[in-house]
Design a binder for this molecule. Structure first.
Ligand code: PMP
Length: 379
């Protein structure tokens, strides 16, 4: 049977995006490809509103994290890492390996680090950068990026780096307007493309910083190597992922047709509907209510449900979700609801969860969750 892929990335890939990946691959010097790539860069810059630069480079979200750090910080610099979970923590190792001095403020999983706490830390010493994960996929917590950005803009020496891997194109994000200096993401989540491209927006202050660093140790992820290509894709540094660039261009076309603001509103509505339905079925959402992501839900089992059994049943019933991480392994599953998903998918998701609960011998009124979901979505 058909398997609905509802993990938090890769997300379901729309037919028209799949078609771009299935196209006959052309030379990266093909004039039509160059034109397409140019338009893509220009759209990304305009839609996410930066007066700076955009980079589209083959690699995963982790590569994009590395690219952000490599081009803004050098050995001996100080970085303040705000961590709301597993992916926030990923910056620690990444920065330490580069000889950057790391200070971490971490929240209890499911909660955020208060903005005032970040501010008082920034006042204590000079940090060359601050990293925040917009949505930490391990906890489903959404950071108040706009508020942090406004606060952080007061600190002239500090760049605000945002990991948008599980957020961009689903959570409200505008680069310059929100005081973000570097926003990084990947294609496999709210863009609804297969994994394989990293996208970075670097605002004017970040580009200034890159200039001040001179030659950096990293080669493949160096802004200086890619900038000429991003300005003129007829130039060569390393082979662009031709079909993925087309696929991302199609994703952006879909987003333009929907409207970015409408897309953000749809994600919020869908998240609320899914979470309300799941809670009515006896699950709990890990993230505290005020800071829940719109892109995924981290769903804690009711008493008596075995994680491995439950996810096996879900698979047999035609759906894949992800397991919990860290202390929540075995206690929760992670459900993506971002990108180009529609009513058909959402109804199926809740119906599949109801069937799995039923098969687990749980006392469930079939159709209850689906009813609540539809009521919420029709509001
Ligand atoms: N940051 C966040 C918030 C993520 O969710 C992920 C992937 N789940 C990453 C970074 C790493 O991305 P990738 O797996 O594509 O390297």
């Amino acid at each position: 049977n058909k398997k609905l892929v509802m993990i938090p990335g890769p997300t379901p890939v729309a037919r028209s995006i799949q078609d771009q990946m299935g196209r006959e691959t052309v030379a990266f010097g093909d004039p039509n490809f160059i034109k397409d790539f140019k338009e893509l860069i220009s759209d990304l810059k305009t839609m996410w509103r930066t007066a700076g630069e955009v980079f589209v480079v083959a690699g995963t979200g982790t590569m994009a994290m590395e690219m952000a750090i490599a081009n803004t910080l050098k050995k001996g610099d100080n970085v303040l890492i705000v961590s709301h979970g597993f992916f926030g923590d990923r910056f620690i190792d990444l920065c330490e390996r580069k000889g950057i001095n790391v200070d971490v403020i971490a929240s209890e999983w499911g909660t955020i680090v208060p903005v005032e706490e970040i501010e008082s830390k920034l006042k204590e010493k000079t940090y060359q950068a601050l990293t925040v994960t917009h949505v930490d996929t391990s906890t489903g917590v959404c950071a108040p990026v706009e508020e942090i950005g406004k606060m952080a803009s007061k600190f002239e020496d500090t760049l605000f780096i945002v990991d948008g891997v599980c957020a961009t194109a689903g959570e409200v994000e505008y680069v310059d307007d929100m005081g973000i200096d570097v926003l990084l993401t990947g294609t496999q989540k709210a863009f609804g493309v297969a994994p394989g491209l990293g996208i970075l927006w670097a605002g004017p202050k970040a580009m200034e910083r890159r200039k001040s660093l001179g030659t950096i140790p990293e080669f493949y992820v160096d802004f200086d190597k890619w900038l000429p290509i991003m300005h003129d894709p007829a130039k060569y540094f390393a082979t662009p992922a031709v079909n993925l660039v087309w696929a991302l261009k199609e994703s952006v076309a879909i987003i333009k047709e929907e409207g970015l603001e409408n897309r953000y509103a749809r994600h919020q509505k869908v998240a609320k509907a899914m979470q309300t339905a799941l809670e009515a079925l006896g699950f709990k959402i890990l993230a505290e209510k005020e800071h829940r992501a719109a892109t995924l839900s981290n769903v804690i089992y009711p008493e008596g449900i075995d994680d491995a059994e439950f996810r096996k049943t879900l698979y047999e019933e035609g759906m894949v979700v992800a397991g919990g991480l860290g202390a929540y392994a075995g206690k929760m599953f992670r459900l993506g609801h971002m990108g180009n998903i529609d009513m058909h998918d959402l109804v199926s998701v809740i119906a599949t969860i109801e069937r799995a609960l039923y098969k687990a011998g749980h006392n469930v009124e079939l159709g209850k969750g689906v009813g609540i979901l539809m009521q919420e979505l029709l509001k």
